[in-house]
Design a protein around this ligand. Structure first.
Ligand SMILES: C[S@@+](CC[C@H](N)C(=O)[O-])C[C@H]1O[C@@H](n2cnc3c(N)ncnc32)[C@H](O)[C@@H]1O
Length: 298
């Protein structure tokens, strides 16, 4: 059983909203059209994209940020500081609560890493598609490639540590989906989901972002906090704590990572250890995120 307590993620989501501001601004500018009147961010987290949309949209238009968790939504409300209308609604409740929250046909709906938390992902995509104005676009930021940050051989433990973390996270993700009440498999890709929802001109654009070594102190600290979060989530011995940098509670003990790898991670993430990642000059960030877009008929 893997359940996510979103309120425990609120601080971390707010931090990502701030650190991803540049990426969000670039993507928002590429998606918004001059004629757009209403843009929506569904499963908005800390409100990073909602804020970027508000900055990219023409003057006098509306941006609505929607999330199912009140504590997360509060972070979005603070982050967007009045530029965006924030509404509580869940994709698990069908189209109507979302339609009420938005209150007008949407020209652009953005949903990043949120539809994969809906119990029935195709129903969620169908619901979002039904909220579009004629010619409106639904953009789903889902998937891409696993981020690469560490050298293959770290000089501690078995080489390939980061690959094994990705694999463990993939198994954790499958268990998370299995644990959602009323979960429905979606055994096809996001472009098919958009097409099945009746959208046309379905395309995918993948964006590569790179911060090469050596990272700045800020980039390095963010990377290490990200690893800490991912390892804690996969470590049955980690005591779930509230607030920034930690989060997912475990109901039953399951070994996602080997004891050996957990011991290596403990050394890499301990500032007192000689192997602390923060001492390395060869950390980098290479990431590829995919955006799948479909358009409603005119
Ligand atoms: C992984 S976070 C992504 C946040 C943000 N979109 C981003 O890309 O950084 C998933 C977000 O979706 C929200 N969420 C999860 N299930 C949802 C649902 N059924 N309806 C609406 N929002 C949901 C969570 O509260 C969380 O804010």
């Amino acid at each position: 059983m893997v359940e996510i307590e979103w309120r425990e993620e609120a601080g971390r989501l707010r931090a990502s909203a701030a650190s991803e501001a540049e990426w969000n601004a670039t993507v928002a500018a590429s998606l918004v059209r001059d004629s757009d009147k209403v843009a929506v961010d569904v499963g908005c987290g800390g409100g990073g994209m909602a804020k970027a949309l508000a900055e990219a949209m023409p003057a006098g238009t509306t941006v609505v940020a929607i999330d199912a968790d009140p504590d997360v939504l509060e972070q979005a409300r603070e982050h967007t500081a009045g530029a965006v209308r924030c509404e509580l609604a869940s994709m698990d409740d069908g189209a109507e609560p979302l339609r009420k929250a938005i209150d007008a046909p949407a020209d652009l709906i953005w949903a990043s890493a949120s539809v994969h938390h809906a119990a029935d992902q195709q129903s969620a995509v169908d619901a979002l598609a039904s909220l579009l104005a004629p010619g409106g676009r639904l953009a789903l930021a889902e998937g891409g490639l696993p981020t690469r940050s560490l050298p293959w051989d770290l000089g501690v433990g078995e080489p390939g540590l980061e690959l094994r973390l990705d694999l463990a996270q993939d198994r954790w993700f499958a268990a998370m989906r299995d644990s959602l009440p009323g979960t429905v498999p979606m055994p096809y890709g996001w472009t098919d989901a958009l097409t099945r929802a009746g959208l046309t001109d379905v395309t995918t654009r993948s964006i590569l972002s790179e911060s090469s070594a050596p990272l700045s102190a800020e980039q390095r600290d963010r990377l290490i906090a990200g690893f800490q979060h991912r390892v804690d989530r996969l470590n049955p011995d980690a005591v779930p704590t509230h607030g920034h940098g930690h989060g997912h509670g475990h109901v039953e003990v399951q070994e996602w990572l080997s004891r050996e790898d957990l011991a290596v991670w403990a050394r890499l993430l301990d500032p007192e250890s000689e192997q602390y990642l923060g001492r390395r000059t060869d950390l980098a960030v290479l990431s590829v995120r995919s955006i799948h877009v479909g358009q409603a008929l005119r």
